[in-house]
Design a protein around this ligand. Structure first.
Ligand code: ACO
Length: 261
């Protein structure tokens, strides 16, 4: 995506293709002289990319904005074309921790606080060109995570295909909270390791649900603790139950139960 302004200083600081943007990056610089530069253009980039991502995923609401990032501890990895003469942004991936209640294959409920992929987008003009992989690999390295240690907030069919194609990740247990964790998340003891530089994150097993058959029916609401954070699709105020039972909406969102294995 081309922007009609110079590359903002925060992105120009290095010749790296990928810049990590956090709430701190968005703070206005303290000196007046520095404020005069186009530091605020970074927010415009994030808002525009977030809007395009939401539109590509047919999300009912934009979930990545500079404003939201500025009030979170999320990390947004922004990929730009450093060869381009102007400011050309190719894509981004946003991650952060969420406390989740997750069922494993045996129907046991676990409380975890994994690093979650919250938003992921590569511009339409360059999808399937390896930029998604570049962003994803960079994020894994920066976060000190393996792919199967992540939870993903209701991945699109393209993202599921991406994970299968690049990391051979496909099998997962359906969760009522719209997050996807792959089987290896539980079997390798993943998802409970500390993130690089973080204190050890919590992990504990809660128990076994009374009916594991519920877990095989994507449309059936599963009784889980109410502590689960809202998924991206419930941020509009749409009742969670409607989202889980609306096949039409799922289809519109590119989330087909047939993609499960
Ligand atoms: N249809 C199916 N699979 C696709 C498509 C597509 N149109 N585009 C990419 N993929 C998958 C495929 O597995 C593909 O491998 P293949 O070409 O051999 O079939 C693989 O991704 C290509 O890998 P990259 O080139 O590294 O990925 P890309 O640069 O296309 O980025 C991404 C992947 C981010 C999913 C991109 O396609 C995109 O932005 N899609 C639209 C937005 C989206 O769905 N984002 C994920 C939302 S879910 C979330 O954010 C938690």
């Amino acid at each position: 995506m081309d922007f009609q302004f110079d590359v903002p200083p925060a992105l120009r600081a290095t010749q790296d293709r990928i810049t990590t943007v956090t709430a701190n990056t968005l703070l206005p610089p303290s000196s007046r002289a520095a404020q005069g530069r186009n530091w605020a253009d970074l927010s415009k980039i994030i808002d525009a990319m977030g809007l395009s991502s939401a539109s590509a995923q047919k999300l009912p609401q934009v979930i990545t904005t500079a404003e939201r990032l500025a009030h979170s501890n999320h990390r947004l990895y922004l990929l730009r074309d450093v060869q381009a003469s102007g400011c050309v942004i190719l894509g981004f991936i946003k991650v952060g921790e969420k406390k989740l209640f997750l069922y494993d294959d045996a129907g046991k409920l676990h409380e975890r606080e994994p690093t979650c992929v919250l938003d992921f987008y590569v511009h339409e003009s360059c999808q399937r060109g390896g930029f998604g992989r570049e962003l994803f690999d960079h994020m894994l390295e920066a976060e000190g995570r393996a792919p199967w240690q992540l939870a993903i907030d209701r991945p699109s069919h393209k993202f599921l295909s991406f994970l299968d194609r690049h990391f051979q990740l496909s099998g997962f247990t359906k969760q009522s909270n719209n997050y996807v964790v792959f089987r290896k998340f539980f079997t390798s003891g993943a998802g409970n390791g500390p993130r690089r530089g973080d204190k050890k994150l919590q992990s504990r097993q809660i128990g076994t649900p009374s009916s594991t058959s519920q877990m095989t029916d994507y449309r059936s609401p599963v009784s889980t603790p109410s502590h689960n954070p809202p998924s991206r699709y419930s941020r509009t105020g749409t009742p969670h139950s409607q989202i889980k039972t609306s096949a039409g909406l799922s289809e519109a969102l590119g989330f087909s139960p047939m993609t499960y294995r």
